[in-house]
Design a protein. Structure first.
Length: 452
């Protein structure tokens, strides 16, 4: 069989491993990479030689790298390439009949029905990881994959009927998905990836695929205080359970995390930083409770789990100043959450690749927090637009740093910090103008902090 693999990221490489060496391959990728397999009579690689513009994959104009893909017997495409394939092959039914994703293959092959899918704009990774850790603490055999952990084809053959699988699923992974998990969770939804989706409705429709393919015996969990989340969960024919209000996990008396009349933990004992993480905690607890009503397992995880890398990650303290890496905060809303989460006085590093999302709420969050902000250092492509927004809102306590070296940026930033302050990298924008991805941005920031 001749297999076409479109996109040579984690998903494409996972498909290559899954199907194995007995097939022929055509690998099509938007740009050259140094980890392509060796080309021989069974493997051919093609890509665009010109440098791709900054931003997500799936936004190139030159689609010649897809030539011949339609001649393959089976096509596995990485989810962000879907728009390119639509442009190249349109509604060609013969093409789409043999085109699939690793998510589709997973749902077709997995031997368990105990699948929990988590989506949302922010908080997916944290929520998915908490659910996974709770399941393990309760004695369940569990796997974590999707947009976090391992690509799903790397472990699908190991899953048995009694196992649990937790999947973090992005809008891209859900775009054409035609399967639903037993338990689906929708977190807070806000505009994002508007450089890939033509409008907010397209974004919502992608998220809704997690729910619309569920069965009546399945469960849909949603954020009670977010209308988008409620709307998306409404596509499910299954039982609907809100969180942050009964019967899902919620907060009583200002501090007690409760579910089904059981006090699981006081929020003061939760190790995660920030009020916004209480949303993730309540979402995770609501999902976990459908699998196991184990208060002690939940308490153990919530009192010890301190978060994922690049999400309000404490780096070090130096001369009385604490440094936090929140590189994952790639939207204005996510950066707003870190403003509230770090309650001490702070110096913020904000900016990056500008997708031109609305800044009004972000600007208001900064103005509302002005008494705790010693300075904002604006960086990246977005710096001028953010500066204009802040100035028009009457906030002038910022500087623009046009340097692209994170060491130089940090060198200026620490001059504004005083003992007791926090220096927080919480960009509010993607990394593509200066770094390959948010992970590289966060790693470079931590290296610079540890070199001080």
């Amino acid at each position: 069989m001749r297999i076409g693999i479109v996109g040579w990221g984690l998903e494409g490489q996972s498909a290559y491993r899954y199907f194995g060496a007995e097939h022929e391959y055509l690998i099509a990728n938007e740009e050259p990479r140094d980890d392509f397999p060796a080309q021989d009579k069974t493997t051919r690689v093609q890509f665009i030689s010109a440098q791709r513009a900054a931003g997500l994959t799936g936004n190139v104009q030159d689609l010649s790298y897809l030539d011949g893909v339609d001649e393959c017997d089976k096509i596995i495409y990485s989810v962000t390439t879907a728009k390119n394939l639509e442009k190249k092959f349109g509604k060609n039914s013969a093409f789409w009949a043999k085109a699939t994703t690793i998510q589709h293959i997973f749902f077709e092959e997995v031997k368990t029905k105990n699948i929990i899918g988590v989506t949302g704009t922010k908080g997916k990774g944290t929520t998915s990881t908490i659910i996974y850790e709770m399941l393990k603490a309760a004695g369940k055999r569990a796997f974590l994959g999707g947009n976090i952990g391992l690509p799903v084809l790397d472990f699908v053959k190991d899953v048995t009927p009694d196992d649990w699988v937790v999947l973090e699923l992005s809008n891209f992974q859900l775009y054409n998905l035609t399967y639903g998990p037993h338990i689906a969770v929708c977190l807070m939804i806000a505009p994002e990836h508007m450089d890939w989706h033509p409008d907010m409705n397209d974004y919502i429709e992608a998220k809704a695929n997690l729910f619309r393919h569920q069965k009546p015996e399945d469960i849909a969990i949603y954020f009670a205080e977010n209308e988008y989340s409620k709307k998306i969960a409404g596509y499910s024919p299954g039982q609907k359970i809100p969180y942050l209000q009964p019967p899902g996990a919620h907060i009583e008396e200002g501090s007690k995390i409760m579910i089904n009349g059981v006090e699981v933990i006081d929020k003061s004992a939760i190790k995660l930083l920030g009020e916004h993480n209480l949303q993730n905690v309540c979402a995770a607890l609501t999902a976990f409770w459908q699998a196991a009503q184990d208060r002690e397992a939940a308490r153990k995880v919530l009192s010890s789990f301190s978060g994922l890398e690049h999400r309000l990650e404490f780096v070090r303290e130096l001369n009385g100043v604490k440094f936090y890496n929140d590189s994952f905060a790639a939207t204005p809303n996510a950066s707003s959450a870190s403003l509230a989460a770090i309650t001490s006085n702070k110096v913020m590093i904000i900016g990056g690749f500008d997708r031109h999302l609305p800044l009004e709420d972000f600007t208001k969050a900064i103005v509302d927090s002005k008494d705790t902000i010693h300075k904002i250092v604006l960086i990246g492509q977005s710096a001028e637009r953010v500066a204009q927004q802040l100035a028009s809102a009457g906030f002038s306590n910022f500087v623009i740093n046009s340097d692209k070296d994170i060491n130089e940026i940090l060198s200026q930033t620490v001059k504004f910090a005083q003992p007791g302050d926090a220096v927080v990298l919480s960009p509010g924008f993607p990394s593509f103008d200066m770094f390959k991805n948010f992970q590289v941005r966060g790693e470079k920031f931590k290296e610079a902090v540890n070199a001080l």
